[in-house]
Design a protein around this ligand. Sequence first.
Ligand code: PCA
Length: 221
Amino acid sequence: MVVIKMKKIKALVCGFEPFDQGHINPSWLAVNALPDELEVLEIKKIQLPVVFSKAFYDLEKTIETWWPDLVLCTGLAKDRPQITIERVAINLCDARIPDNQGFQPSDQPVIAGAPDAYFSNLPVKDIAMKISESGIKASISNTAGTFVCNYVMYKLMHWIVTKKSPILGGFIHVPALPEMLEHSSSFSGMSLDLIVMSLKQALLACLPSLEKRTCSDSLQL
Ligand code: PCA
């Protein structure tokens, strides 16, 4: 008899705590509102501190205890009107504002001597397309900035590459909620519901790539 056991695919999804005098960070609000399961995905959610010396440390600890198949990090980009899927992280920390522990690096590498940049290994075009098809504005971004989000994405991709890990990893920036923006702002932000929906679409867009990687484990003869 052939028994087909559907193995759950583990997705670790991260958002950030508030920073820069904000009281909320929609990245974490949206991540926290995701279901615990989505189709074949088992979802674990964590909030990361906006602190250079801690953010990746917390993420790495969770990766090395839970061993996810996918790591999707998210953060707030208040100056962007739409969901942006980051294609690349660069080896640079150049902070416009201090992090939540007052550290403000200027022109420092994330990791001295490491490559100038790492690409996301998520299907970034498929993600942008799937979110757009659901009626939500989304595009690919070629810069994750030079603050904590870029730092975390760079460290994550460096971890994946140097450990030769099969994990899919990458980063999505989400816009501000409407109530976070000044009246004078040229755009109106995005509702939490739409941000949550975008993250679900992003996770679903990763399934074909994930299933390709894990299908050899799911057949038990
Ligand atoms: N956005 C910041 C850090 C935390 C967040 O949500 C960034 O884009 O670097």
